[in-house]
Design a protein around this ligand. Structure first.
Ligand code: FAD
Length: 428
């Protein structure tokens, strides 16, 4: 077991998405020592998988780049990627944390030249593209990955591919002897920022995500638009690669539903409104978007965005929870059945692509925290005195947009700073 240098005046941040990065940087820039653990090979979280983000519709590179620049400049943050917490015990001001770090099989000599990927043949589902494409067994998670360091998939270790990757690397960066490491950290406070995952659309059986090729999810749609994504930035029907001209967006797909996620994911309305702007950007007047909704939850300044989309005559709104989807076998189109609750008219409307606005599910794990930790019925960490020096941040505390997630992360950083300051005060 190897020990990471940390003391009970150190703040541990778990999760390197926009919230974890923000919390880590806010604390570090106040002079605190921070250890940042990220499960995947690079930081950035799900924001880095978006095409653009509201309200300004900037590319993720803009917001994340600022955080990455701050991260590179700050010696108080120690980033450890491919790391997952396995247990936390102790009390506010004195926690013992165990974590495991998966081997990357590539060391710090890597210059991200990509030679290893060019010789490796084996391919695996690309997590960054939600499995819509394959990636090589030697890969960078995304073009903007930080750290810019390749990873070897454990699936190629012991194969000729791994040997070829090692041989071709002129920097001696491929290290096939790397193994899983265990870490033990003593820290004063913990900020939990492991974010969210998309609700499994296959569980919403009436919508046929697992049966109909042209039913996709909102996160897949984001990837489709990305010039580096699975379709090179083109909106396409998965069944035949044709450009869709009549797209349906179904709200509350698995949210606000006692059979699935009870909570409102809050983002999905804005995400679909935003995605209709992608349709307009790509097809102009040649494609129509229809949003099927229970009620549109667009809040604060974001309401202006809603009004702009409403003014677009190529976007229509149907107030209805879609009951089910049937596939038109002749052309792969989808027929949406339901009742329009404004006129109480039944409809059976045909679309050539359906985007499910699937909700955000918490990734706060069970079995890791000390006993008595308050996690609410939706799986999010409540702000509760019983949680001592462990604080949820960003989407570990609720389904939040980037603006709210970063505000919430800053608040968590402040609370953690108060904890370690108290420890410092007691220890003189
Ligand atoms: C379709 C869609 C579109 C959206 N579009 C917008 C938009 O346009 N504008 C906007 O403001 N918001 C948007 N959002 C919301 C936005 O994605 C979230 O606000 C943002 O991702 C929250 O960041 P986070 O850091 O809290 O979580 P995440 O982005 O989920 O980051 C969590 C990080 O923690 C890591 N992690 C997970 N588990 C562990 C673990 N056990 N140990 C260590 N690390 C772990 C993950 O790898 C990840 O890096 C959208 C959401 C959806 C569903």
């Amino acid at each position: 077991m190897s020990e990471v240098i940390a003391t009970n005046q150190t703040i541990l941040v778990v999760g390197g998405g926009i919230s974890g990065l923000t919390a880590a940087l806010e604390a570090a820039e106040c002079g605190k020592q921070v250890v940042l653990l990220e499960k995947s090979p690079s930081v950035g979280g799900r924001v880095s998988q978006l095409y653009k983000y509201f309200p300004k519709l900037c590319f993720p590179t803009c917001g994340l780049e600022i955080q990455l620049r701050r991260l590179r400049a700050n010696k108080n943050v120690r980033l450890i990627t491919m790391a997952e917490v396995t247990g936390i015990s102790g009390d506010e001001g004195n926690y013992e944390v165990t974590a495991k770090v998966a081997p990357r099989f590539v060391n710090e000599n890597c210059t991200a030249c990509g030679e290893c990927a060019s010789v490796v043949e084996a391919e695996f589902d690309d997590e960054f593209n939600y499995g819509l494409t394959k990636r090589k067994g030697a890969y960078l998670t995304s073009p903007m990955a930080y750290p810019q360091r390749y990873v070897l998939d454990p699936g190629i270790i012991g194969t000729a591919d791994a040997d070829k990757a090692k041989e071709v690397c002129k920097y001696g960066a491929v290290d096939l002897e790397m193994g899983e490491q265990e870490l033990k950290l003593n820290v004063g406070a913990v900020i939990w920022a492991t974010g969210w995952k998309p609700y499994d659309a296959a569980k919403i059986q009436p919508y046929g995500y697992d049966r109909f090729a042209n039913v996709v999810t909102n996160v897949e749609f984001e990837r489709m638009l990305d010039p580096f994504g699975p379709t090179g930035g083109k909106i396409q029907r998965p069944s035949d690669g044709e450009a869709p001209k009549n797209i349906a967006f179904i709200q509350c797909a698995g949210s606000r539903d006692r059979n699935h996620l009870k909570h409102c994911s809050r983002i999905c309305c804005m995400a679909s409104l935003k995605q209709t702007t992608y349709v307009r950007e790509q097809f102009g007047d040649d494609a129509k978007s229809t949003i099927y909704y229970i009620d549109i939850r667009a809040i604060d300044r974001i309401d202006d965005f809603y009004q702009k989309v409403q003014a677009d005559e190529n976007v229509s709104f149907v107030k209805s929870k879609v009951a089910n989807i049937v596939e038109n076998k002749a052309n792969g189109n989808l027929i949406l059945n339901g009742v329009d609750t404004e006129g109480y008219n039944r409809y059976a409307s045909e679309h050539d692509l359906v985007v499910l606005a699937t909700g955000m599910e918490s990734t706060v794990p069970g079995g890791v925290f000390p006993e008595g930790m308050v996690i609410n019925e939706h799986g999010f960490i409540d702000q509760d005195p019983a949680n001592g020096g462990i604080f949820g941040a960003g989407c570990s505390s609720d389904a939040l947009d980037v603006n709210r997630a970063t505000q919430n992360a800053t608040a968590a950083a402040l609370r953690a700073i108060q904890v370690v300051n108290r420890v410092a005060g007691m220890e003189g």
